[in-house]
Every structure is written in structure tokens, then in C-alpha cells.
Design a protein around this ligand. Structure first.
Ligand code: FES
Length: 167
């Protein structure tokens, strides 16, 4: 066991884990943050996407010990001030999900993608970003979100939601 200090959604958490424990399992099983989902557990589906210092990562491929003192944001941390993140509102408005299993990963990935594309500094991802003026075609959104799979096939709604926030 090793002691790891994780900074998650603005709180510092200390936990004792085996060095081989993934960030995903640390979040879900040690910190009870079950909003982040485990799909394939091998980097192929994107269900486990979280933000590390504003960059989207597959938490199933990351060791918790590698992310000590990095700023981790999970789906539980994207709403601020008692209001949902604009992407959450847009996902609802656009029916950007059916079963919802992939949604937390889709949301975190989209926030990271928009930040990569200039929607805001990575450090600002947990704030309600002003994302006006970002020009992304639907094809570009699909390409940039291609690491996040949706078995229900709600891609049109997902793309529509991201476009609403990016426009
Ligand atoms: Fe991590 Fe599928 S659970 S990519």
C-alpha cells in the first residue's frame, strides 16, 4: 500500500492504495465517486473519461499514484454554484443520451475537447465557460469525440449538444 493524495473536484483526498490501482478504481471504489463509469477498462470506450488539469484522460489507463496533486475533475465536479454545467443542460435539451452510461465520460471529454479547441483555459473547465465563437463542424466534433462510444447511438444528440455550447 502507498498513500496517495488526490485533488478531486477541489478537495484533497488521502487514500491508501496498491500502486497498481487505476485512477478509475480509486475514484469509484475508494472515494465513492461512481459517476465516472467503467466500460471496457482498457482504453477503448471513453466511459471513464475525467479531466486532469483540464485535459481529458481515460482514467482506466491511469494509475492513481501518477496523478497525485494533479487537479482531477469528475462529472460530480462540473456543475458549479448549484447550476448544471451548460453542457449538461445542452445534453438534456438535445436528448444527448438514452441509457446514460456513457454520459459522464461524454461530458468530461467534451469539456476537455472544447478547452483544447480554445473554449477556455484548461484551468477554467469547472467554471461555466463562455464558449461563444468556436467554429466546429459536426464532422470535427464527431472526430474529436470519437474516443467516446455510445452503444445507444445517441450521437446526433451528443453532437447537437456540443454544437449548442460551442456556438
Ligand atoms: Fe476506460 Fe473504457 S473504461 S476507456
Amino acid at each position: 500500500m502507498v498513500e496517495v493524495r488526490l485533488r478531486v473536484n477541489g478537495a484533497i483526498e488521502s487514500l491508501d492504495v496498491e500502486p497498481r490501482v487505476s485512477l478509475l478504481d480509486a475514484l469509484r471504489e475508494h472515494l465513492g465517486l461512481t459517476g465516472t463509469k467503467k466500460g471496457c477498462d482498457q482504453g477503448a470506450c471513453g466511459a471513464c473519461t475525467v479531466l486532469a488539469d483540464g485535459e481529458r484522460i481515460n482514467s482506466c489507463l491511469a494509475l492513481a499514484v501518477q496523478y497525485a496533486d494533479r487537479e482531477i475533475t469528475t462529472v460530480e465536479g462540473i456543475a458549479t454554484g448549484g447550476r448544471p454545467h451548460p453542457l449538461q443542460t445542452a445534453f438534456i435539451a438535445n436528448d444527448g443520451f438514452q441509457c446514460g452510461y456513457c454520459t459522464s465520460g461524454q461530458l468530461c471529454s467534451a469539456i476537455g475537447m472544447l478547452a483544447e479547441h480554445g473554449a477556455g483555459a484548461p484551468s477554467a473547465v469547472t467554471e461555466h465557460l463562455s464558449t461563444t465563437g468556436i467554429e466546429l463542424t459536426d464532422a470535427e466534433i464527431r472526430e474529436r469525440m470519437s474516443g467516446n462510444l455510445c452503444r445507444c447511438g445517441a450521437y446526433n444528440g451528443i453532437v447537437g449538444a456540443i454544437r449548442d455550447v460551442a456556438d
